[in-house]
Design a binder for this molecule. Structure first.
Ligand code: ADP
Length: 484
């Protein structure tokens, strides 16, 4: 009983039954009344009584003594005298054109024709002028002969058959419709169970009504998203395992060599091992940071930030490294640039990541330049197009090897490296840019890169400019946003 197709088929059958029964009842009543009226009227027409009355009126100039006409014509063999389908004679009524009754075969002159009588009346016309109305009133149930009754019974039988056909058709239609409705639901339930069972490649057929198509498409989108997330999770676990294995292998190899007296137990060897553990520790810390950022759980304490100060601080930190490498480090800040609204520690961390990369990949004799300007000044710069609200744009340009166009879309992915061996050897975890992106987005900014192979790269990020009403306030002390 709870199945959709049973319920729909029953509902259709009941509706069909109700409408057929009510239609039959109404039609039956109306048919028999109309049928009797029609019989009386048609017999009256056949009898030629109207013409006889017209002649009488023309001769006498009025209806006085008209009963004689009815007596002559209405007798046996006259109007409706047991011929055809009518039994017994109908009552004949003659009225003047205004509807006042002047004669009735049932006796009783006076009174008026009803609206029904007038509609069925035959006009009596003498010399082109309507002079009266002739009506035959049927004599009720008893007025039908066996032939008439048979005719009505036939009409009833036809109605009954139509009713039965309607009910059957309704039930069948309901069945077909319910099957069509239930099939996509069944398919969805089946696919959902398989998905829950772990088969993330499961998809449903997109077919049927618009609603069924929408549900199937939504299900398929959900399954695809689940599959992507699962693939990403697997890749992440594999990446992390891979990243941890290399330093661990180095540490293990060196320790074995020390134990087996391949290397002498000297401070220099122990230092190598310590360096590897530091690399491991950094990797683990980066992973933790990235996981927090991706989960939107990084605490961002936004406050008024002097961008020029931020750049000066970063340049101070990297000055030694740059001069060791023989790379020129320059800073330029546009005077029109106002303070930003950001977390100075997080913004500094982004800048450090970009600077460390730029210095790592720029050969001796090259240069690394930090610039900062309002996005309204940065016409033609990709950063300017990236957002509509005014932002502070910070660029880190280097004269390194650049990044191939095919690699550009991947640089912000975690563990992605253009040259894995070289980058790891140089101390890169492959997470620096992925973390930078999360940090920038968490502060309401954007990050990007343009690069020309052989000429260098330009990494840029944006930070919201400080709204004027906040310029004299300190930290909000609360996280402003999760990851974007
Ligand atoms: P890593 O710690 O390996 O540097 P990142 O996420 O910081 O990881 O960078 C990812 C990759 O992007 C690097 O391995 C390198 O191939 C490329 N890359 C990053 N910055 C630069 C740059 N300034 N010049 C050239 N290549 C770069």
């Amino acid at each position: 009983m709870r199945r959709l197709w049973v319920q729909l088929a029953l509902a259709f059958a009941v509706v069909a039954l109700l409408s057929v029964v009510s239609a039959a009842l109404l039609a039956n009543r109306q048919t028999s009344a109309d049928f009797r009226g029609f019989l009386a009227q048609s017999q009256l027409q056949e009898s030629g009584l109207a013409a006889a009355l017209a002649v009488y009126y023309a001769e006498h100039g009025g209806w006085d003594g008209v009963a004689a006409v009815f007596d002559n014509r209405g007798g046996p063999g006259g109007v409706g005298a047991g011929r055809g389908m009518m039994r017994g004679a109908p009552t004949l009524v003659l009225a003047d054109p205004a509807g006042s009754v002047v004669y009735s075969t049932a006796g009783g002159v006076g009174g008026r024709l009803t609206a029904e009588d007038r509609a069925a009346a035959i006009p009596v016309v003498a010399d082109g002028t309507p002079v009266g109305l002739l009506v035959a009133r049927s004599a009720g149930q008893a007025g039908l002969t066996d032939a008439g009754e048979r005719f009505l019974a036939q009409v009833n039988r036809a109605l009954l058959q139509a009713g039965l056909a309607g009910v059957t058709l309704g039930a069948l239609l309901g069945l077909a419709l319910a099957r069509g409705l239930a099939a996509p639901l069944d398919r969805l339930a089946h696919a959902a169970r398989r998905l829950a069972g772990g088969d993330l490649t499961e998809r449903v057929m997109v077919a049927g009504s618009a609603e069924a198509v929408a549900a199937a498409e939504a299900f398929n989108d959900m399954a695809a998203a689940l599959e992507r997330a699962e693939a990403q999770r697997r890749r992440m676990v594999a990446d992390i395992a891979h990243e941890l294995r290399t330093p661990l292998a180095v540490i293990q190899g060196n320790l074995h060599a020390l134990l087996d007296d391949v290397y002498p137990l000297e401070k220099g060897e122990v230092q190598t091992i310590l360096d590897e553990t530091l690399l491991l520790a950094r990797l683990v810390e980066d992973l933790r940071e990235l996981a927090l950022a991706e989960a939107g759980q990084l605490r961002i304490e936004a406050q008024v930030v002097d961008v020029a100060g931020l750049l000066a601080q970063a340049s101070e930190v990297f000055r030694g490294l740059a001069s060791d490498k023989g790379v020129a480090l320059a800073v330029s800040v546009a005077e029109s640039l106002g303070p930003a609204w950001a977390d100075p520690d997080r913004a500094g961390q982004v800048l450090h990541n970009l600077l460390a990369n730029a210095l790592r990949y720029t050969p001796a004799g090259g240069s690394v330049t930090m610039r900062a300007l309002p996005s309204t000044d940065a016409a033609g710069d990709p950063a300017a197009r990236a957002s509509s609200a005014p932002m502070a744009v910070i660029l880190v340009e280097d004269t390194g090897p650049g990044i191939a166009p095919a690699d550009l879309p991947h640089v912000f992915e975690r563990f992605w490296r253009a040259d894995p061996a070289r980058a790891r050897q140089q101390g890169g975890s492959g997470l620096g840019l992925a973390i930078a992106r999360q940090l920038v987005q968490a502060q309401g900014g954007q990050i990007g890169v343009t690069s020309t192979v052989g000429q260098g790269s330009c990494f840029w990020f944006t930070l919201p400019l400080c709204p004027p009403e906040r310029e004299h306030h300190g930290s909000t002390g609360a996280p402003v946003a999760g990851t974007a």
